[in-house]
Design a protein around this ligand. Structure first.
Ligand SMILES: [Ca+2]
Ligand SMILES: [Ca+2]
Length: 114
């Protein structure tokens, strides 16, 4: 079972970054998502011994992690420039697909992006 933990462990507003930990690939260890205000979120996968390898996966900055669809894995909700608020669902192995977006101007419409 995936470890559900999403917690900001480092936040430095002056430097414009923070780190979240969650098991995004479902292997039972905590992975790290490093959000930097100057670029997208970088994902570092844990090998189970505390050694991290940067993933090819990148996500927009300013994200919140949690199990949005109650399937036991960690999904992500974030603000995406030009779109608004977006959610992406995890397939349980760290592969994410767009699921939902909401325009950020006013309550106009909801889009399913899949
Ligand atoms: Ca993991
Ligand atoms: Ca989920």
């Amino acid at each position: 079972m995936a470890m559900l933990c999403s917690r900001t462990v480092i936040r430095n507003r002056n430097a414009g970054f923070h780190v979240n930990l969650a098991d995004i690939d479902g292997d039972g260890d905590l992975d790290a998502m490093v959000e930097d205000s100057t670029r997208a979120t970088s994902v570092y996968l844990n090998d189970g011994a505390g050694h991290f390898t940067i993933s090819e996966m990148t996500l927009p900055e300013t994200s919140v992690w949690g199990d949005l669809d109650s399937d036991g894995d960690v999904d992500v909700f974030f603000k995406e420039d030009g779109v608004g608020y977006t959610s992406m669902l995890n397939d349980g192995t760290g592969n994410f697909t767009h699921n939902w977006a909401y325009e950020d101007t006013t309550v106009k419409s909801t889009h399913i992006l899949t």
